[in-house]
Unconditional design. Structure first.
Length: 134
């Protein structure tokens, strides 16, 4: 958190700095989501997606739980962008992010996440219906 950031980078491991950076990106994604929700400005939805997806990608190996959550949030952003733009790329991105989230929680079940896993599973089914073969 912020106390770690105030301590400087001396003595920090690469994974510790990567973790800090990825969490700060998550916070930036949260802020972009809040601005998008307030303004409905699509550029903020893209920033929400970019920040959370990068956070997820950065920690896929070092912090798989954080990564899975971030992929879920990136999937939410991509799903909204898919609905607004009707662009296949956003639908595919939403499904990809959601599947990474689902794969993590299938391998690492957590009863507290069951409803979220179920909701995201339904979202994947719904979004997949829009992807006709090209």
């Amino acid at each position: 958190g912020i106390n770690n950031a105030r301590g400087g980078i001396e003595g920090r491991t690469r994974n510790n700095l990567l973790s800090l950076e990825s969490h700060l990106l998550s916070y930036a994604g949260d802020a972009a989501q809040a601005i998008f929700n307030k303004t409905q400005d699509i550029s903020w939805a893209k920033k929400w997606y970019d920040a959370t997806k990068l956070s997820a990608d950065m920690t896929k190996e070092s912090e798989p739980l954080h990564s899975a959550h971030a992929y879920g949030f990136a999937g939410n952003a991509a799903s909204i962008l898919s609905k607004i733009t009707r662009r296949r790329e956003w639908t595919e991105s939403a499904i990809e992010c959601y599947n990474i989230f689902l794969n993590y929680f299938k391998a690492n079940p957590n009863p507290k996440m069951d409803r979220v896993v179920e909701r995201i599973g339904h979202s994947v089914e719904f979004l997949s219906g829009f992807l006709l073969p090209q």
